[in-house]
Design a protein around this ligand. Structure first.
Ligand code: HEC
Length: 189
């Protein structure tokens, strides 16, 4: 009986002290936004959505069919995420396929930085820049084996479909683990 009451007392005290701790912790907490984490979340969610759709399309219609699918859907799918997050989400490149995805001067500078870091085997960290009330997030988009069917050495069939859809295409000749472009994400501070 005695042990039981002592035990109850201990439980009571620990519950009480726990509540107190939480209270002090809460009042001291400052709302610090982690811009890298926010940018990463937006970029990775968009990457997942595009990747899932791309793989499904290749499985269903083959590479040439998937080219038409990307042509029709890459931008609307990306825009879907822009609406969801109330952010601007772009995939841009120094060797762009779609003329709308051409990197601007700032983006080109960051592409060069990421390329250099990759070449030197350095850790690649996303870049954050603050504008007027907004935050710019940049992170590299790297190639893997899957990308090469449309961005590496192409079959004649794939090549002719790309020429038809994108007469000014620059996005070929890649190998694995190269910087294909970057995520350029802008959101409110
Ligand atoms: C089935 C063919 C196909 C495959 C596979 C493919 N892409 Fe693309 N990619 C395209 C097409 C088509 C576009 C242009 C989309 C548009 O018009 O918005 C594009 C555009 C891009 C862009 C936007 C910049 C630009 O050049 O317009 C990036 C970045 C990109 N691809 C990266 C990748 C990466 C990374 C992989 C592998 C994980 C990959 N792609 C796999 C067909 C493909």
């Amino acid at each position: 009986m005695k042990t039981k009451s002592i035990l109850l007392l201990v439980v009571f005290i620990s519950l009480f002290s726990c509540k107190c701790d939480k209270k002090t912790a809460n009042t001291e907490e400052k709302p610090v936004k982690n811009y890298v984490a926010i940018g990463k979340e937006y970029a990775i969610s968009t990457k997942k959505l595009l990747g899932k759709n791309l793989k499904q399309s290749i499985a269903k219609e083959g590479t040439v069919g998937a080219l038409a699918f990307c042509n029709q859907n890459a931008n609307p799918l990306t825009h879907q995420m822009e609406v969801k997050y109330n952010a601007t989400i772009k995939r841009v490149s120094d060797k762009n396929r779609n003329p709308n995805n051409k990197a601007n001067a700032t983006e080109l500078k960051h592409i060069e930085t990421f390329k250099k870091q990759l070449k030197n085997g350095e850790e690649i960290k996303p870049i954050i820049e603050k504008g007027k009330g907004e935050v710019h997030f940049y992170a590299p988009i790297k190639t893997n084996g899957l990308c090469l069917q449309c961005h590496g050495k192409l079959t004649a069939e794939v090549q002719s479909k790309i020429k038809e859809l994108y007469p000014d295409d620059l996005a070929i000749g890649y190998e694995v683990n190269q910087v294909r472009g970057i995520w350029s994400v802008t959101f409110k501070e």
